[in-house]
Design a protein. Structure first.
Length: 219
């Protein structure tokens, strides 16, 4: 199954470079490009991409606002934010806006293609060098004088809540299944139910939710 990708960046060389790299992959098709967040929203509605490679700093409408509007419109596209070392202060904001993951702009062709595949499959993706800032932001939440909000989980079962916590700790479905000694297919079912019950798009948002509800704190 071919993964349709929309590339959003205000620099033409960046767009063309990513387009060439991804276009060389047999399972990925670049269906369009956009020069700013506003055009990205229009292109998502028209082209129905599976993944949007989203820059953050752009004219007219930045990547954070564009991501928020795309998610609010209930589009099926997953947003993969492209960032640089000096822009990673936006990581937490973009996750809250609905981004499914992050890659650095200096990622290799293989890393870029693999990142697109991971996000398209519904998994979370964070570049290792971006994770430090994310942990820092979660630590600030942990320091805030706010009790654990277990009422936020709504009608999640005890098992689903347990799976949610393990998702937030970064475990894959296979690792969660091994930890709980149950079938991986059962974990996939739990994850799907968690997302539906909490109104979340993917595992990334589930992890953010778990931290904000204080079900888990950074270590």
């Amino acid at each position: 199954m071919t993964i349709k990708v929309l590339i959003v960046d205000d620099q033409v060389m960046v767009r063309e470079g990513f387009s060439v790299l991804l276009g060389a992959m047999p399972d990925i098709e670049v269906v369009g490009e956009a020069v700013d967040g506003r055009e990205a929203i229009t292109q998502v509605a028209a082209l129905k991409p599976d993944v949007v490679l989203m820059d953050i700093r752009m004219p007219v409408l930045n990547g954070l606002e564009a991501t928020r509007e795309i998610v609010a419109a209930d589009a099926d596209a997953k947003v993969l934010v492209l960032t640089t070392f000096d822009l990673d202060e936006y990581v937490y904001q973009a996750l809250r806006a609905g981004a499914s993951g992050f890659l650095l702009k200096d990622a290799s062709a293989r890393q870029l293609a693999d990142g697109v595949r991971v996000v398209a499959s519904g998994e979370a993706l964070l570049a290792p060098s971006v994770t430090k800032r994310l942990i820092s932001e979660f630590s600030k939440l942990a320091e805030a004088p706010r009790p654990t909000d277990r009422t936020a989980v709504g009608d999640l079962t005890e098992r689903e809540t347990e799976v949610l916590v393990l998702i937030a700790q970064g475990l894959s479905n296979a690792e969660i299944a091994d930890r709980l000694v149950i079938a991986e297919s059962t974990i996939k079912t739990h994850v799907s139910r968690i997302l539906v019950k909490l109104g979340l798009r993917d595992r990334t948002q589930a992890a953010v939710f778990a931290y904000e509800a204080r079900l888990v704190t950074p270590s």
